[in-house]
Design a protein around this ligand. Structure first.
Ligand code: SF4
Length: 159
């Protein structure tokens, strides 16, 4: 059974900016670019999501929303920041309420360049995020096994 892996579930959020990158993300999720062919499923529920696709810059209003989505996602998880705005604030970096890129608020695993980011690059980012997710799952399993082995002598001594 351990050979069977769960499909990575994707959630997407447009933090702010011009929405151009978010439209490209939506294009990736349609049959035209077909992100599902990589075994992904789209969800609107952060509690079921493994990969967070985020576009746009973070600002005073959306920071709590970005944090809320991220914190509701179970471990392990991966974040893909899509487009120049998600990287640094992009052309909106100097706006009065913009705080910068997504990494100001949550850890980012993959950056997808572009303004707007191309669907092919976004798909690349999703595939990379799925690989990172698999690596994180493996590391978590290893850490759990190590913790179990470390517990055993102590439990033995307590008997
Ligand atoms: S990176 Fe460019 S296309 Fe994407 S949201 Fe920002 S301004 Fe729009």
């Amino acid at each position: 059974m351990s050979a069977i892996e769960k499909s990575p579930w994707l959630i997407h959020y447009d933090a702010s900016s011009c929405n151009g990158c978010d439209i490209e993300v939506l294009a990736c999720l349609t049959p035209m670019y077909d992100a599902e062919r990589f075994g992904c499923i789209v969800t609107g529920d952060p509690k079921q999501a493994d990969i967070f696709l985020i576009t746009g810059s973070v600002n005073n209003l959306n920071i709590p929303v970005v944090k809320n989505i991220y914190e509701q996602m179970p471990e392990p998880k991966a974040v893909v920041a899509i487009g120049a705005c998600a990287y640094s604030g992009g052309v909106f970096a100097e706006c009065y309420n913009v705080q910068g890129g997504v990494a100001k608020v949550i850890p980012v695993d993959v950056y997808v360049p572009g303004c707007a980011a191309k669907p092919e690059s976004i798909l690349d980012g999703v595939v990379r995020a799925a690989q990172i997710l698999a690596e994180k799952k493996k590391a978590m399993r290893k850490a759990r096994r190590a913790a179990r082995h470390a517990e055993s002598p102590a439990q033995e001594a307590a008997k």
